[in-house]
Ligand binder design. Structure first.
Ligand code: HEM
Ligand SMILES: *[C@@H]1O[C@H](CO)[C@@H](O)[C@H](O)[C@H]1NC(C)=O
Length: 474
């Protein structure tokens, strides 16, 4: 998959050699000191190998599908192990109990952590990076805009976006992921700004695309670098958001969208805090939803009987609306889609687009006799949990019927859990259901047949974004 220059090959060879030597040394050392946590009062580090200092096991992690790395490690060491990636010592956990401990019951001992460059691009005051009172306040504002009682009024507007999106694909060969990104972007903008800011939206989109190009760049702020261009685009986004804020303040009416929630006087967020969080929500909402939708198109294409069942469920809803003379989907319609909902759940389980999340221990923590030292990263491995045969029999099989019964607590966490879990999950499910209603009742598509691979960017995605041929049903 990856082609390398001869020099890189030599360097990697030397690194591997060092790794072997170090592992040997470590192996001898660990035999000499073989102790099990239960035998001791003092907690011990989890099992695992740290690899070469600094480089650690990053090379192994990135040289193959990261999931293979996690699966191998888990097989070797169990559901908690230590390793070293990107210069950071870390502990990876993959049992429901450990995930609950880190994300829910002891969440205060584990703070969110991101690369500094990401923080600068999304904005330092964005919700992801916060803890304590400011985080709780932001979360309340975000949840207020995205909870069912708020978004149920927007179903018809989301439907209009879906219909427009699908119509534009008719008769074309499309890149599913690219097109789904546009859809998720438009729905996110609708839920943030409502329908009334159209004059500023195109400009805002264009800036966001420029910002996005720098997301994974090196944080070097010199003219000409991607990072520099991205930071400039961020400045412009701030300016556009300020213009929208100013025009809304003149209108003196209340808005039910996210911006309206942020602007409410007694909550008093600064313009800068509002901008950081708008950019943050777009970032959190777009590629995630688009990746899941892309996987759904793939799995439906590969499982004709499942597609048939979903189509029948959606046709039934369409017929009942024709009889009642309702033109638009509403919230209650979306509650009559159990089969389609199970397809969404099973897709999120199998694809596990967020393979894991990151936290950092704020003090030495003892988990079941294991020490997690202060400053170490902690990664709950969602994908391993979703693919464990203990939680889901025949885990590699795509079988939506397994969700006819609810999964056990902390075995299915596509939206995380606890204090930082996804506040957009209801909106995400809603916009997927609405799109699938029109997709399955009106259109057909065919996969090109060469879409077997996975790529990570950083979300798991079918290779090349899943090119498909798309047309109206005849
Ligand atoms: C299918 C699509 C989506 C998936 C799979 C997803 C998944 C997640 C997960 C796993 C987290 C928690 C990360 C952690 O604990 O470290 C999260 C957080 C978040 N998500 Fe989503 N998400 C999706 C769509 C959305 C949408 C549509 C929005 C907004 C409209 C959104 C907004 C957020 C925000 C703001 C956070 C941060 C919450 C906090 O730090 O308190 N997400 N998401
Ligand atoms: C989150 O954790 C709580 C407490 O353990 C649990 O009751 C709930 O089911 C968990 N949520 C998920 C999605 O697993």
């Amino acid at each position: 998959m990856v082609t390398m220059s001869p020099i890189a090959t030599v360097i990697i060879f030397i690194l591997m050699l060092l790794l072997v030597l170090l592992s040997l040394a470590y192996f001898t050392y660990s035999i000499l000191l073989k102790t099990r946590p239960a035998d001791r009062k003092k907690p011990v580090l989890p099992p695992g190998s740290m690899g070469w200092p600094y480089i650690g096991e990053t090379f192994q992690l990135y040289s193959k599908n990261p999931n293979t790395f996690f699966a191998l490690k888990q097989k070797r060491y169990g559901s908690i192990f230590k390793t070293h990636i990107l210069g950071c010592p870390c502990v990876m956990v993959s049992s429901p109990e450990a995930a609950k401990f880190v994300l829910v019951t002891r969440a205060h001992l584990f703070k969110p952590t991101f690369p500094a460059s990401k923080e600068r691009m999304l904005g330092r005051q964005a919700i992801f990076f916060q803890q304590g009172d400011y985080h709780a306040r932001l979360r309340r504002l975000v949840l207020r805009a995205f909870m069912p009682s708020a978004i149920r009024r927007t179903v018809a507007d989301i439907e209009a976006v879906a219909v427009r999106t699908l119509r534009a694909w008719d008769g074309r060969r499309i890149n599913t992921f690219q097109e789904m990104k546009t859809y998720a972007f438009n729905v996110a903008l609708l839920s943030i700004f409502g329908k009334d800011e159209i004059e500023h939206i195109e400009e805002l989109k264009e800036c966001y695309y420029r910002l996005e190009k720098g997301y994974n760049s090196m944080p070097i702020n010199l003219p000409g670098t991607l990072f520099h261009k991205a930071m400039k685009a961020r400045k412009e986004l701030e300016r556009i958001v300020s213009k929208i804020l100013a025009s809304r303040r003149k209108k003196l009416v209340e808005f039910n969208d996210l911006l309206g929630s942020f602007m409410e006087a007694k909550e008093a967020l600064t313009d800068e805090q509002i901008t950081d969080n708008i950019i943050g929500v777009i970032f959190a909402a777009r590629d995630t939803t688009a990746s899941v939708l892309t996987w759904i198109v793939k799995y439906l294409g590969e499982n004709p009987s499942v597609l048939q069942a979903v189509t029948e469920e959606q046709e039934e809803i369409m017929r009942s609306k024709e009889i009642d003379g309702d033109k638009y989907l509403n919230w209650d319609d979306t509650k009559l889609m159990p089969m389609t909902s199970r397809v969404i759940q099973e897709t999120m389980r199998v694809a596990s687009i967020l393979s894991f999340t990151f936290r950092e221990a704020v003090e030495d923590v003892n988990f079941e006799g294991y020490l997690i030292p202060k400053g170490w990263k902690v990664l709950p491995l969602f994908r391993n949990i979703h693919h464990s045969p203990d939680n889901f029999p025949e885990p590699e099989k795509f079988d939506p019927s397994r969700f006819e019964r609810s999964p056990k607590a902390n075995t299915f966490m596509p939206f995380g859990n606890g204090t930082h879990s996804c506040p957009g999950n209801e909106l995400a499910k809603l916009e997927m259901l609405v799109l699938l209603h029109h997709l399955t009742t009106r259109y057909r598509w065919s996969l090109s047949g060469s879409e077997a691979g996975i790529q990570f960017g950083p979300f798991a995605l079918p290779l090349n974004g899943l090119p498909i041929s798309f047309s109206l049903k005849t």
